[in-house]
Design a protein around this ligand. Structure first.
Ligand SMILES: *Cc1c(COP(=O)(O)O)cnc(C)c1O
Length: 387
């Protein structure tokens, strides 16, 4: 019934005003773990909430529509979503993953590989030769994360998923950094999309959650069944809160990215900053691809201070509006130091290969007034220059 409606209409209203019991405009939350059988040997639409729950299904249905997929499976975290999306891999199978992926993803893949669950090859997917060499080894799954965390490298989704298809590999795209409001990987050839709904989809930094969206209904069913079997499905309360966040996804992200663009330009012109990584800057190496495959440049950026770790210490100590914290995608602006925070689990050598230097800082832009954020950064950078 939402056929033909704009994505922002689906985000704001999918499932609204459907309550048959009381006519509630906002669907009630169903916390019940178990559901009554109408009669002996006769099950209703739901029996047990690990397998299925109306509140969680409403969120799943909304996210599946936003991503243009056949089905979404809501799970307890982004990490659970990644693990579920990779659950078809068997011992000996090869997974090609980005060399600069999210730190927790790097740890998950490395530890599963160390336990012999599958083999993993970390590759710079923007390097044509390295990508071709990896595909020549006939991987079973190719994992893409774009823009990447924390360096905002942009990978051509259409190109990589087409390459994966030619060798018979499943392609999985982590779309956490942009959300379906700005990028829809299934339309670009992805088989599965993964989200940490903790980030932009929920958007209020109060729920840990994840989603896997399948382009194909049969694969989606299989993953849903496996999520139930291993017990990683998300809680109804989390689903309720996340759906409330999804209602405002488009306005949040659009406003946040507008501010991010202005801050990126300001940082690029600042003498204490040696590099800015933001796909919206014409100087960014992935700018043209980002322009082609994204509906916007997003609200995440990172930059490098020429003064290294000492300058980082001064800057984060001087900031008053930005909060020093991990995570992203909330309404409050956050600053993180990847080498000591999000990517601390990665060994120093892998960090160097990925280009994560000691002077690197990552920003998640929230909904504060642009001028307050700009003034905060300007003041803190003055402290760096004066130190
Ligand atoms: C946060 C994040 C994850 C992990 O999600 P959790 O909800 O923290 O488990 C995976 N991928 C990316 C890109 C992330 O930013």
């Amino acid at each position: 019934m939402s056929e033909g409606r704009a994505a922002r209409t689906i985000a704001a209203t999918n499932g609204v005003a459907q309550d048959t019991a009381f006519g509630a405009v906002i669907a009630p939350i169903h916390l019940s773990t178990t559901f009554k059988f109408p009669a002996f040997e006769q099950a209703g639409p739901y029996d047990y909430s690990r397998l299925g729950n109306p509140t969680r299904d409403q969120l799943a249905d909304t996210i599946a529509k936003l991503e243009g997929g056949a089905r979404a499976v809501m799970v307890a975290s982004g990490m659970a979503a990644l693990d579920l999306a990779l659950s078809s891999l068997r011992p000996g199978d090869l997974l090609v993953a980005p060399h600069d992926c999210y730190g927790g993803t790097h740890r998950l893949l490395s530890l599963r590989a160390a336990r012999g669950h599958y083999r993993v090859s970390f590759v710079d997917q923007t390097d044509e030769t390295a990508l071709a060499a990896a595909l020549a080894q006939v991987p079973k799954v190719v994992l893409v994360e774009t823009p990447s965390n924390p360096l905002m490298r942009v990978v051509d989704i259409r190109h990589v998923t087409a390459g994966a298809r030619t060798v018979g590999a499943l392609s999985v795209v982590d779309n956490t950094f942009l959300s379906p409001a700005l990028q829809q990987p299934i339309a670009l050839g992805a088989d599965l999309v993964v989200h940490s709904t903790t980030k932009f989809l929920n958007g209020h930094s109060d729920v840990i959650g994840g989603a896997v969206i399948a382009a194909d209904a049969a694969l989606g069913e299989e993953l849903a069944a496996w999520a139930n079997t291993i017990g990683v499905t998300g809680s109804p309360l989390d689903a309720y809160l996340t759906l409330r966040g999804v209602r405002t996804l488009f306005v949040r992200v659009e406003r946040q990215q507008q501010t991010a663009g202005r801050l990126a330009a300001f940082l690029e012109a600042h003498p204490a900053v040696s590099r800015v990584h933001y796909p919206g800057l014409p100087t960014h190496p992935g700018h043209a691809i980002a322009r082609a495959q994204q509906a916007g440049f997003g609200a995440m950026l990172s930059f490098e201070l020429s003064g290294g770790r000492a300058a980082v210490r001064t800057l984060v100590g001087a900031l008053q509006v930005f909060t020093l914290a991990e995570s992203l995608g909330g309404v409050e602006s956050l600053i993180a130091h990847p080498p000591t925070m999000t990517h601390a689990a990665m060994d120093p050598e892998a960090r160097t290969i990925a280009g994560i230097t000691d002077g690197l800082l990552r920003l998640s832009i929230g909904l504060e007034a642009e001028d307050d954020l700009l003034a905060d950064l300007a003041r803190a950078l003055e402290a760096v220059a004066g130190a």
